[in-house]
Design a protein around this ligand. Structure first.
Ligand SMILES: [Ca+2]
Ligand SMILES: [Ca+2]
Length: 226
């Protein structure tokens, strides 16, 4: 669920002029040498893992063993761990004494630590991760090539690519535009945009505004992670 929410959060920044969200699966892979920033506020959960049961000394869901048994399925540096019983009951509600429960080493419930019964519950664990493990986008730096002094603020992808060779992927999947002074999202300024999509870029024309003026915007592009 969190993975879906995270993707929706990023995709929500992307609007064609007709407000349709672009599909990221139409994009070619990025050359690996392009500069890239991963947005660290994006997080996703791995699958649930249940490698052990409490019949021996306890329920050992250690990160070390999980990595060996599930190669590539857990990111190098998990941020959080979540453990529940196999039926979904939280650790706190299950009431067992837990020996270890952290994102750097995993989860252990030892039978010897339980006072009121002989065995731990059977637990499953999952870990939260950042991009690029989550998929999601790899972001360029911010660009502000124009100011709204002529006909408007023109931050076209074609111009930005020509002026910044090798910095922007061939087919960006997301675009984000904010004002240069207060970082206000473009969609919150109330101005009308002639273009605002990751294929064309961003344009605010004076003639489309009631005030006859545009704010100054900067843009960045989200590319498929290498
Ligand atoms: Ca288990
Ligand atoms: Ca600008």
């Amino acid at each position: 669920m969190i993975k879906l929410l995270s993707v929706a959060l990023v995709a929500g920044l992307v609007f064609e002029s007709n407000q349709q969200i672009l599909k990221p699966n139409l994009v070619k892979p990025l050359p690996t040498k392009l500069p890239c920033v991963y947005l660290t506020h994006i997080q996703c959960w791995t699958n649930w893992f249940d490698r052990d049961d409490p019949s021996g000394t306890g329920d050992w869901e250690t990160l070390y063993n999980l990595r060996i048994e599930n190669p590539g399925k857990i990111c190098p540096e998990p941020i959080q761990i979540e453990a529940t019983t196999l039926s979904g009951v939280s650790v706190a509600a299950a009431g067992d004494v837990i020996f270890q429960n952290d994102a750097s080493s995993g989860f252990i419930c030892r039978n010897q630590d339980q006072t009121l019964k002989k065995q731990c519950n059977d637990y499953r664990v999952r870990f939260s991760c950042h991009p690029p493990f989550c998929g999601g986008a790899c972001w360029t730096k911010w660009y502000d090539r124009d100011s709204p002094t002529g006909t408007g603020d023109w931050e076209l992808l074609s111009n930005l690519k020509a002026e910044n060779p090798g910095q922007i992927c061939d087919n960006p999947i997301y675009i984000e535009a904010v004002t240069t002074d207060t970082m206000t999202p473009a969609i919150s300024t109330g101005e009308n945009f002639y273009a605002y999509n990751p294929t064309v870029g961003f344009v605010c024309r004076m003639e489309d505004q009631i005030s006859g003026q545009c704010l100054n915007y900067k843009v960045r592009f989200g590319c498929q992670c290498p």
